[in-house]
Each structure stands twice: as structure tokens, then as C-alpha cells.
Design a protein around this ligand. Structure first.
Ligand code: HEM
Length: 547
């Protein structure tokens, strides 16, 4: 398992910042009255730091870049780089597909893009949602959601909910998704040549799609309050300051986060309201559907309808009861809206940057003469190659946090070299070790995706480039990790793929997309990967014309 290295790939010695030198100099203005406070604080921080060092000593031998700050570690570079990946992709080149970064307060975190390691991590019960993710999940989804349940309860929720997301159930959602895509297309057809910011329109359209296909209702059925709050939730990832504070705040220890989340700040109020309002919406949808079934009407034309029908026919422990189904509203609404909207935005951006490919794709779509409510998109090679390429380059969950809940050993596809110049093919980690799954980095590894892995080239999926891929089977779709994998694989991945197929087909068939004169869009990670303007606001301005 351990082999002495002949020549080290990188001799960078990992530097660390001692809290005692950091905190007094950086956080406060010097002054007599603060000295005692500084001394006390520094002693506590120093002791905490040493405690962490002792606990995390199994990974101290892993190489990584020097940390710029003890409080934030590399978090700010990783998350708030001018362009997402500026640091991450070069660290990956320098240190390989598993390296060590500092998280908040001097904590070591392993950043992993090695496919064998990723496959192990998503499948082992020894590794679960990380603390930051857990903090956010509890606040937004509550305790009774499939997203927040664990162990046997999670297995039960997944098994019951799979009925609503199976291949055949999702095929039945096609007409609802087509309706939502056509509504967006009609809206965009009314707009003349000036660049239009597509992001808010795509967000509304994917909300419409998930409401119709997921819950069997439409935005018109939502209260003004819920619509307004939904917009604020979406905007949280578009403002510079709120996610900044949120992401950093979420690095706090659990008790501090719980305390902070009770403070009535605007951000926490929006999140609390989102949870309460979706709970109420779920109860209303379930009540309405129960009423419809009493009148003898069919309800199984959307995900909730299928789950309710299942419970009506089999009130055993294998199904979810009315209350449990209603509690899944946020698990359908929040993950179902924005990741798809952002994927669509990045896809249209790439089409605007590659007009020739856009033409070829349009020709393929227009040659498909089957009725769009029933056609099988899987037979369209360019469309599917395009969707895979967009998901590869722009995975919504580009970074996913996990934590070891017991000691475990992570295997690697390729050995890495340690600070003590040994090659290792397995990394032992202790309980409590924080891990960052670098999904975007994995999906840009040249070894698996070709020498031009950083580039948008959809034809790689059909020209044989990927035939010799030796990566283990991870993820449910195209060996990508965009939908994760293992027991926590995205529940709605089939729904999402069909939605992308339907929307891209409808939009590209009827509209042409081109870059405005100044294209300043960048990708930024703000909880998920989003397109941003130079102001930091989320946005995807493109010029649109009718075909
Ligand atoms: C392009 C679109 C989408 C992407 C890239 C995506 C990606 C993901 C990822 C990476 C996870 C795992 C998160 C984690 O465990 O840390 C996840 C979970 C989940 N997704 Fe998606 N998703 C998409 C669309 C959807 C849609 C349309 C729905 C539902 C209608 C959905 C429902 C869910 C649910 C319920 C979970 C939690 C599963 C669990 O914890 O067992 N997603 N998604």
C-alpha cells in the first residue's frame, strides 16, 4: 500500500498559519483594553487548533497548497475566486486528484476528484453529509424530508419515492414538461433583438415545470407570498453578500450555527419562510388530490399523484402516508428548480459561443418529426452529446461536502505522493474528517475525458474519444458525478435529463441564441454553480432571434 517515492512530484511543504499570530493582528484594532481578551481568545483558539491537529493527523501527510488564512483557510479562494476553478483546477494539476486544503478555523479538508475514491465515498455508510450541508439542509428542508433523513429512514423514503421518479413514471411527465417549455419559448419569441437576461426567465420556467410535473399545480396556484419568497430564495444565490455570509456562517460549529440561525436576519427569515410556505403548499396539494380521488378523478399524472396513488393502493410500510408525502414538497421544489435553470443557462451560453454546433443541433431537432409530447429524445445523438457535455463542464453541485462518521480507508485509482515522499494508493481517514468531493475537477481530468477536457466539445461523446475510459462506473448518467451516485444519487436525475432534453429541443427549434457584443458572464460557485455578471449578480444575457 505504501511505496517509497523515487522523485517527488511536488516539493511544496504544506504551510499552516498559527492562530496566535493570526487572530490578534487581523481581527481587532490594537488597544490596551482588548489585550486580555485577545490573550484569552488566542489561548482558546490555539488549544482548539492543537486539538484539531492531533485528531486529523492521518491526513497531515497529504500535500496541498499553503493556506492564506486561519479563519477561512482556502474557503474564500475555493468558493469566491473571480472565476470558479481559477485555483481548484490548477491545484488539481499541481497536487493530483486528492490533496489537502484548510477549511475554516484550521480544519484539514481533503479535496477529492479521483474516481475510485469518489465511488467509494458515495457508497460507504462510513461517510455522510458534511456539517455545512447538514446545517443548510435542516434549515431549508426540515427533519421529515428525504433529503434530511438518514440510514434506514432514508432507505425507506427513497424506496417509496422511487415510484414517482422511475423511468416509466418520468416518461409520463413529458407532456407537462413540454407545456412548460412551450410557455417559455412563446415568452421569448415576443422579445426583440436586444440581449435579454435569461436567468430569471429560466428560473420561472423550471419552477413552472417542477410545479406541473412534480406537484400537478401551476404558479397561478401559488400565493403571492410564496412566489415572492421563492424569488428571494433564488436571489440568495445571486447577491454578493448574502451567500457569502451564509456560506461562511455555515462553516460555524453546529451550536454556533443553530444559535445564529435563530437571529431574525433577512437571510434566515427568507429561508425559514421558504420552509413554512412550502410545507403549507404541500398540505394543500395533498388535500386537493385527496378530494379529486374522492370524486373518482385520476391523479397519477405528476410525481405527487403517483406517490399518493401508491399509498391509496398499499397502506403498508413500503409507502409514504399523506403527511409524509406533503413533507417532500421542498425536496421537489428546491432541488428541482435552480440546478436545471442554471444548466439550461450554461447550455444556451455554449450554443451562443458555438454557432456552427448550434446549427447542427437545430438541424437534428428539426428533422425529428414525431409529436413532441411523445417523441423519444434518446434517439437524438447530438442533443444527448450536448447535454452530457454541459453537465460535465457545469455540474450544479461542483463541490459537495461530506464527513467521515467512522474511521475508514479511501482507495485511489492512481497513487499519490505524500509529504514524506511515499506513494500511497489508500488514504486512511479518521472519524470527523471533512471531505470535499470535487465533482467539477473530476469531470475535467484529462486522463478520463481527453486532453481537451477543459473545452466544450460535445462530439467527444460520439466520436470515440471516450471509448477507452477506464474510470469506474460512477453516477447514474454518462459516468458523470453531476447527479452524484450511490444511495444519495439525485432522486430527480431522470426528471432532470428529460427536462433538459425537452427545453433544449423547444428553445433551439424555435429560437437562435448569440452572444451580445460584450460577454462578461463568468461561472461562480455560490452553493451551486451559477452564471454571474461583473456586478456579481446572477445573469445570462444573450441575444435571441426567431428561427
Ligand atoms: C440538472 C439538474 C439537477 C442536478 C445537477 C442535480 C444534482 C443533484 C445532486 C448532486 C444531488 C446530491 C446532493 C448531495 O447529496 O449532497 C441531488 C440530490 C437530490 N436531487 Fe437533484 N439535481 C438536479 C435536478 C433535480 C430535480 C429536477 C429534482 C426533483 C424534481 C431533484 C431532486 C433531488 C432530491 C430529492 C435530492 C436528494 C436525494 C437524497 O438525499 O436522497 N434534483 N441532486
Amino acid at each position: 500500500m505504501v511505496q517509497k517515492a523515487r522523485s517527488p512530484r511536488c516539493r511544496h511543504a504544506p504551510t499552516f498559519w498559527h492562530p496566535v499570530t493570526f487572530s490578534a493582528a487581523t481581527l481587532f484594532t490594537p488597544g490596551m483594553s482588548y489585550r486580555i481578551l485577545f490573550l484569552g481568545l488566542n489561548t482558546i483558539l490555539g488549544a482548539y487548533y492543537l486539538f484539531l491537529r492531533r485528531r486529523r493527523n492521518t491526513v497531515r501527510n497529504i500535500l496541498g497548497p499553503p493556506s492564506p488564512s486561519w479563519v477561512f483557510g482556502h474557503s474564500l479562494q475555493l468558493v469566491f475566486a473571480p472565476e470558479y476553478g481559477d485555483y481548484e483546477f490548477s491545484w488539481q494539476k499541481m497536487y493530483g486528484p486528492l490533496y489537502r486544503l484548510k477549511g475554516c478555523f484550521g480544519e484539514d479538508s481533503l479535496v477529492i476528484s479521483d474516481p475510485v475514491a469518489l465511488q467509494h465515498i458515495v457508497n460507504t455508510p462510513a461517510i455522510e453529509h458534511g456539517p455545512v450541508l447538514e446545517n443548510i439542509i435542516e434549515l431549508l428542508f426540515g427533519k421529515k424530508s428525504v433529503v434530511s433523513t438518514k440510514g434506514e429512514a432514508h432507505k425507506h423514503f427513497r424506496a417509496a419515492m422511487n415510484a414517482g421518479f422511475s423511468a416509466s413514471a418520468v416518461r409520463n411527465l413529458q407532456p407537462a414538461l413540454v407545456r412548460a417549455a412551450q410557455e417559455l419559448t412563446e415568452e421569448l419569441q415576443q422579445i426583440s433583438a436586444a440581449p435579454v437576461n435569461l436567468s430569471p426567465r429560466l428560473s420561472n420556467a423550471t419552477l413552472n415545470a417542477v410545479l406541473q410535473a412534480g406537484l400537478g399545480c401551476s404558479p397561478a396556484d401559488l400565493s403571492e407570498e410564496l412566489l415572492g419568497n421563492n424569488w428571494k430564495i433564488v436571489s440568495l444565490s445571486s447577491s454578493q453578500s448574502a451567500p457569502h455570509i451564509f456560506a461562511i456562517g455555515a462553516c460555524l460549529p453546529k451550536w454556533a450555527w443553530t444559535l445564529a440561525s435563530k437571529v431574525p436576519t433577512a437571510t434566515f427569515n427568507v429561508i425559514r419562510s421558504a420552509k413554512n410556505l412550502t410545507e403549507k403548499l404541500g398540505e394543500k396539494v395533498v388535500q386537493n388530490k385527496r378530494e379529486l380521488t374522492r370524486q373518482g378523478m385520476e391523479i397519477n399524472t405528476d410525481v405527487f399523484g403517483v406517490l399518493m396513488d401508491q399509498y391509496r393502493q398499499d397502506k403498508s410500510k413500503h409507502t409514504l402516508n399523506w403527511e409524509e408525502i406533503a413533507a417532500q414538497t421542498s425536496a421537489i421544489l428546491f432541488p428541482g428548480q435552480d440546478p436545471t435553470a442554471n444548466t439550461l443557462a450554461f447550455g444556451l451560453w455554449e450554443l451562443a459561443k458555438h454557432p456552427e454546433f448550434q446549427e447542427q443541433l437545430r438541424a437534428e431537432i428539426q428533422s425529428n418529426t414525431l409529436a413532441i409530447e411523445t417523441c423519444t429524445y434518446d434517439t437524438m445523438p447530438l442533443l444527448n452529446a450536448f447535454i452530457k457535455e454541459v453537465l460535465r463542464l457545469y455540474p450544479a453541485a461542483a463541490l459537495i461536502q461530506r464527513i467521515a462518521v467512522e474511521d475508514t480507508v479511501i482507495p485511489l485509482a492512481n497513487p499519490i505522493i505524500t509529504a514524506s515522499e511515499q506513494f500511497i494508493s489508500h488514504v486512511p481517514v479518521q472519524k470527523g474528517q471533512v471531505l470535499t468531493l470535487a465533482v467539477a475537477s473530476y469531470q475535467r481530468l484529462e486522463q478520463y475525458w481527453g486532453e481537451d477536457a477543459q473545452k466544450f466539445r460535445p462530439l467527444r461523446w460520439i466520436d470515440g474519444t471516450l471509448n477507452d475510459i477506464k474510470a469506474p462506473a460512477i453516477g447514474p448518467y454518462a459516468n458523470l458525478m453531476s447527479f452524484l451516485g450511490g444511495p444519495r444519487v439525485c432522486l430527480g436525475w431522470r426528471f432532470a435529463v428529460l427536462e433538459l432534453q425537452v427545453f433544449f429541443c423547444e428553445l433551439v427549434r424555435n429560437l437562435s441564441f448569440s452572444l451580445p457584443e460584450d460577454d462578461f458572464v463568468r461561472m461562480r460557485f455560490s452553493g451551486s454553480l451559477i452564471p454571474v455578471l461583473p456586478t456579481g449578480e446572477k445573469g445570462m444575457p444573450l441575444s435571441i432571434s426567431r428561427v
